[in-house]
Design a protein around this ligand. Structure first.
Ligand code: ADP
Length: 557
């Protein structure tokens, strides 16, 4: 814009200066032409009257300067010429001015020379004897005048152009500055040209619309990232070249990846072959899934193509943490095989003994002992089935609404101990109950099973003549049940596994002791059903202590 204004000013000033120069030259030319013509007329009249009085003598004695004076006889012959030899001059009667003077007394004419760029002005006056006096003057033409003044004109023109140039620069800057200074974010606050007001108003309106749209866009983007960031699943959206367009931090955390500044593709998230193939399948238009083991656990990757009109425009990748699911699956498989094994062992024994009895292969004196064995194995089966039922009930109840009942743990423990009195007496193990009446809110049946299993183990794994104690206490908001015994203890290496289903510390030794390996699993499940924790401390040869902590909650009505 500055350039345009500058060029326009320059052009206008150039034209104006040139026009002024032409005009001035023209006016001065015209003035000089008129005054020289007047001078010529006066000179002609004066010389004619002088010749009339003094004759040729006046002409011979007078210096006429630049003027050419010619005396022509009535026949047209040149009698006198101030600049040429009259003898050499031809007949002048045909000259326009001479002809006019001879006819009417006065004559005038102008003759131009293009080559010399001059104009000859002639004045003629007839004398009383019929002869004619002609006075001529050579004047410069307009072009010659211009050419003559070219040098001073060039100086003036250059000076004027220089002034115009400076003025043009300053003016164009001055004009453009208010426009340049407009704050496009707040156009209406600026004091600019009145002519720009409609444009600025429109700009301000558009700014408002763009700002609103930007705010909406930012809000929806923030909302989107808030939602995706709160997701525990990983989410990645990529274009058709696998360049990541959007992703959440869970995607990186789950795959153990870090943002890569040089590689922005999905492939940078995980370098395994399965992952690469899965992404490539999705980019090829097929939904693909794969399982990946990372340091953090098992991940399921689901990659889907985002199609429009049969073209893959991008892909959406979900990353799920399936560690727990995989562990549960493994546990379920192990549990099924353990259950089958545990059921098969007593059943095989029962089947073998009953087969022998049926075939009469048993001596009558052995029948009693073998029947006892069948009963023992049947007992094992019942205990096992009861434990499995308890566990599956707990599994179900974990997802069911909690039963709310106020349970006095001291009374409950006292009841359990009296029910176990016979087995404790059989092993000469003494029991002691100490502590306070602490009440928790929960399921009496499940809490009974928790304390029963712990006390049962404290008797089973105790030494002959040993003892165990149950202590009920509390700290703020927590009830504590401690069951400690004076038994053989559990080696440290096994402490982390005893709560697993079917885990028994010393299988050969445990075989002699009735058990299924499910008791502590029931304890763990029962405690976690109540939102509590269970912990074991054991010293080999000295004894074991299980500590259960349960939250004390007000009964929900
Ligand atoms: P089980 O039916 O074998 O008793 P549990 O799940 O109750 O199964 O216990 C798992 C294992 O933990 C037992 O086989 C036993 O070896 C060990 N154990 C549990 N309680 C005690 C305890 N009080 N003293 C010593 N060992 C114990």
């Amino acid at each position: 814009m500055t350039k345009k204004i500058f060029l326009s000013i320059m052009l206008v000033s150039f034209l104006a200066v040139t026009a002024v120069i032409f005009l001035l030259t023209g006016v001065s030319y015209r003035y000089s032409e008129e005054s020289s013509s007047e001078h010529l007329r006066q000179s002609c009249t004066m010389i004619a009257s002088a010749v009339e009085q003094s004759g040729g003598t006046y002409l011979d004695e007078t210096d006429f300067g630049d003027l050419r004076v010619t005396w022509i006889s009535s026949s047209g012959r040149v009698i006198f010429d101030s600049q040429h030899d009259p003898v050499k001059l031809d007949d002048h009667s045909d000259r326009q001015e001479v002809e006019e003077a001879m006819r009417s007394g006065d004559g005038e004419s102008e003759r131009y020379s293009d080559t010399l760029m001059t104009k000859t002005v002639n004045r003629a006056r007839r004398l009383s004897d019929g002869s004619v006096i002609r006075v001529s003057n050579v004047q410069r033409s307009f072009a010659a005048l211009l050419l003559k003044n070219l040098q001073p004109l060039a100086v003036v023109l250059t000076a004027l152009w220089a002034c115009s140039l400076t003025a043009a620069i300053l003016i164009s800057r001055h004009i453009v500055r208010p426009i340049n200074d407009i704050d496009l974010d707040h156009p209406m606050t600026e004091k600019s040209y009145k002519e720009l007001t409609p444009l600025l108003k429109k700009l301000s309106k558009q700014n408002g619309r763009v700002n609103r749209q930007m705010i909406e866009l930012r809000q929806s983007r923030e909302q989107f990232s808030l939602i995706t960031e709160s997701m525990s699943e990983g989410l990645v959206v990529a274009d058709q070249k696998a360049t990541i367009l959007t992703s959440n931090s869970s995607a990186y955390a789950l795959l153990g990846a870090e943002k890569n500044d040089s590689d922005h593709t999905v492939f940078s998230l995980c370098r395994t072959e399965q992952f690469r193939r899965c992404i490539q399948d999705a980019m090829g238009g097929r939904r693909a899934e794969c399982l990946i083991s990372t340091d953090g656990g098992e991940r399921r990757v689901i990659a889907s193509p985002a199609n429009s009109h049969d073209t893959v425009n991008g892909i959406v990748v979900f990353i799920l943490d399936v560690t727990e699911q995989q562990q549960l699956e493994t546990m379920r498989r192990e549990f099924t095989s353990n259950v089958s094994h545990e059921l098969k062992t007593p059943l095989t024994t029962i089947y073998g003994i009953s087969d022998m009895l049926a075939n009469g292969m048993v001596k009558p004196e052995d029948v009693t002992a073998l029947s006892g064995d069948i009963r023992h194995e049947a007992d094992r089966l019942i205990t096992l089935i009861n434990d499995i039922v308890s566990l599956s009930k707990l599994d179900e109840e974990e997802n069911a609404p909690r039963q709310d009942e106020e349970v006095d743990l001291y009374d409950l423990a006292s009841d359990v101990i009296s029910r176990l009195r016979m087995s404790a007496d059989a092993k000469h193990v003494t029991a002691k109950l100490t502590g306070d009446h602490v009440t928790v809110c929960g399921s009496r049946t499940i809490l009974d099973e928790v304390i029963y299993n712990l006390c049962d183990n404290a008797i089973k794994y105790n030494n002959e003549g040993g003892s165990f104690s149950v202590k009920i206490s509390h700290i703020p908001m927590k009830a504590i049940v401690t069951v400690s015994d004076t038994g053989a203890g559990i080696p440290e290496a096994h402490l982390g596994r005893i709560f697993e289903r079917f885990y028994r510390v010393d299988k050969s030794r445990s075989r002699k002791i009735k058990g299924t390996g499910l008791g502590l699993s029931i304890v763990k499940h029962g405690v976690s059903y109540h939102g509590g924790t269970v912990r074991v401390d054991s010293t080999v040869g000295k004894g074991t202590a299980f500590t259960v902590e349960l939250p004390i909650e007000k009964r929900r009505t």
